[in-house]
Design a protein around this ligand. Structure first.
Ligand SMILES: Cc1ncc(COP(=O)(O)O)c(C=O)c1O
Length: 390
């Protein structure tokens, strides 16, 4: 058999596998593991959304759609962005339906980055941004965020890391892995720097609907920011539709047009079944989505109190469905902590360093799990902390 690896590009060979996946492969070989690891809603997609897909199949909707996505869906996205964020986008030219936010991020990097362009990425960071930047020829520049700032990006840190090669600023609020949010005033602090340095913002707002302390503010709503922001969102988290693989990008027509060009050559279009379901989600799914958000909020409070009670207090995450407690009371590294917890108590959490070096000393816990599941995990974690508290 030939050695296939010798044909691979160096930058793909050198790319480490995701720290999250590696950890879950480990957990999947053990029995009786309680996982608080995977960042995915535990709800099944609401019935009326699944039903809309069945009907569309019965009616024979099995073909390609327009490259940019069904116009009916883009129109609904435009209406949704207006009623939710007061943002006006032209469905013909400023909205692209993608295979999840994942594809939208990849397209944006590939149409915007020249070799050596710098992408400013707040850290801890969602795992796909650094590899995506590298694969598109860009250079990731990490911006540190700290627990004492509730993991918000500060103006000082942004100013410190901007160089003449800075091209993109990636914002993910509410944040994965920290659950941190940026309030309007936090975002306002960054605006003149972004404009003065002619940065384009990629705003991954996939957790935008999941906020527990007031409504999410998109940076595109701030003065002068709409034209230089590509807002990305999707159906995976808020509508419990991870497997349907539908997301969207809204922004400047030239950038969206270029993304559509690449999308048309590589993907052709997002799957019609997912688009049909997404259309139903936007037309009739908001009440159900709000109910799921209320449920997450209940579990968020439950886990925050539970963690405090076992001696692992966390700053209060105000969005997404993650808590990011410091594990300093154990004196362990985040990898040691996660591995020992898995071995001794069969509870899976994600080591914070999987999200970059500023995640060291923390673990990511997802609370999109049933109350019973969360309570059992907390009990086991309590025993673990009692044994390892230094
Ligand atoms: C911050 C962030 N962006 C994007 C994604 C991927 O979203 P999608 O399912 O729409 O591709 C995830 C999934 O966990 C995420 O956490």
């Amino acid at each position: 058999m030939i050695d296939g690896s010798k044909y691979l590009r160096n930058n793909i060979k050198n790319l480490p596998p995701s720290g999250i996946r590696r950890f879950f492969d480990l957990a999947s070989h053990m029995e009786g593991v309680i996982s608080l690891g995977v960042g995915e809603p535990d709800f099944v997609t609401p019935w009326h959304i699944r039903e809309a897909c069945f009907y569309s199949l019965e009616k024979g909707y099995t073909m390609y759609t327009a490259n940019a996505g069904m116009i009916e869906l883009r129109e609904e996205i435009a209406k949704y962005m207006y009623r939710w964020q007061n943002l006006v986008y032209n469905p013909e030219t400023e909205i692209l339906v993608t295979v999840g936010v994942s594809e939208a991020i990849d397209l944006a990097f590939r149409v915007l980055l020249e070799d050596g362009d710098e992408v400013l990425i707040p850290e801890p960071s969602y795992v796909s941004y650094v590899p995506g930047t590298i694969m598109a020829g860009g250079t990731p520049v990490m911006l540190d965020t700290r627990e004492e700032d509730e993991f918000r990006l500060t103006r000082d840190e942004l100013a410190r890391k901007i160089t003449p090669r800075s091209k993109l600023l990636l914002l993910t609020y509410p944040n994965n892995p920290t659950g941190g949010i940026m309030r309007r005033e936090d975002l306002m602090d960054l605006v003149d720097l972004i404009v003065a340095n002619d940065l384009i913002v990629i705003s991954d707002e996939i957790y935008g609907e999941l906020t527990y302390d007031g409504k999410h503010v998109s940076i595109a709503t701030l003065p002068g920011m709409k034209e230089r922001t590509v807002v990305m969102n999707g159906f995976s988290k808020a509508f419990a539709m991870t497997g349907w693989r539908i997301g969207y990008a809204c922004g400047n027509r030239d950038i969206i047009g270029a993304m559509n060009k690449l999308h048309q050559y590589t993907i052709l279009c997002a799957p019609i079944m997912g688009q049909m379901a997404a259309l139903e989600a936007l037309k009739h799914g908001e009440a159900e989505m709000r109910r799921m958000v209320e449920d997450y909020d209940y579990r968020r409070r439950l886990i925050l109190k539970g963690l405090k009670d076992i001696g692992l207090p966390s700053f209060e995450p105000r969005g997404a469905f993650y808590v990011f407690p410091s594990i300093s009371v154990t004196g362990m590294s985040s990898l040691e902590f996660s591995e020992q917890l898995l071995k001794e108590e069969k509870v899976a959490v994600v080591p914070g360093n999987a999200f970059g070096k500023s995640g060291e000393g923390f673990v990511r816990i997802c609370y999109a799990y049933s109350v019973d599941h969360i309570e059992k995990a907390l009990e086991r974690m309590g025993d673990f902390i009692a044994r390892h508290h230094v």
